[in-house]
Design a protein. Structure first.
Length: 232
């Protein structure tokens, strides 16, 4: 199987130039599905910390790079929305966050903020034994004993012990960011959730500092007011 991916056909969320070269690195198996960006692309094309896959492999072999608190040794490991990338030796920490247009970007954060990551609940089911299994946007499964969580809510997971440290319900008044569509990267509060009869997607009205927008609810994620790591 080829380890290359044509640049012109990569997902719109990938932070790569499409017309500079024919190929880029193909993402390996892992979280985030087809939207996952190979770690080496972020190290080489976005941060400029390595010049080649060989250099990336060396850095990873030294356990110099952590993703969501875990040392990674695969340069093709898919990286996606809300992942935390840490460089302890450099004392640099980043959260993967959509910029305007929904393209994935790296937002610098402090060390404390890098101790946990956000996850959007996209599935929920009862499992044998009575516990509830939550499936997050990146494919991660989390077991909980109580039933206070709903799909489209967001949770914050500690990167050390993988426990849930915060819960943000999806409801009117919640702070959200759009992660896809024409309004990708915009942040605001939910004004209204309009239920669409039948199989169509529900729509969400979001108010922002410069007005507002409307999008389908699959495109928004509930976040914490301090989530982006901005100093504003």
């Amino acid at each position: 199987m080829t380890k290359h991916q044509k640049r012109l056909s990569v997902p719109k969320s990938w932070p790569v130039e499409r017309k500079t070269d024919t190929f880029t690195v193909k993402a390996g198996a892992g979280p985030h599905g087809q939207d996952g960006v190979p770690l080496v692309v972020l190290l080489r094309d976005v941060l400029g910390y390595v010049d080649s896959r060989k250099e990336a492999r060396y850095a990873l072999s030294e356990d110099a790079i952590l993703v969501n608190g875990d040392a990674i040794n695969d340069e093709q490991r898919p990286i996606g929305m809300f992942d935390i990338i840490a460089f302890p030796g450099r004392e640099e920490y980043y959260r993967v966050f959509p910029d305007e247009g929904g393209r994935l970007a790296l937002t610098a954060i402090d060390e404390d903020a890098a101790q946990s990551r956000l996850g959007k609940i996209e599935g929920k089911q009862q499992i044998p034994g009575g516990d509830t299994q939550l499936t997050l946007h990146d494919g991660t499964n989390v077991l909980v004993e109580d039933d206070e969580y709903d799909t489209r809510d967001s949770i914050v997971i500690d990167n050390d012990d993988k426990s849930i440290v915060a819960h943000f319900p999806y409801e009117e008044g919640a702070l959200v960011t759009a992660v896809r569509g024409n309004h990708g990267g915009k942040i605001g509060e939910i004004d209204a959730i309009d239920i669409t009869p039948g199989s169509g997607s529900n729509t969400v009205g979001v108010s922002t500092d410069d007005g507002g927008f409307e999008t389908i609810e699959e495109y928004v994620v509930v976040i914490d007011e301090n989530f982006t790591g901005d100093d504003e």
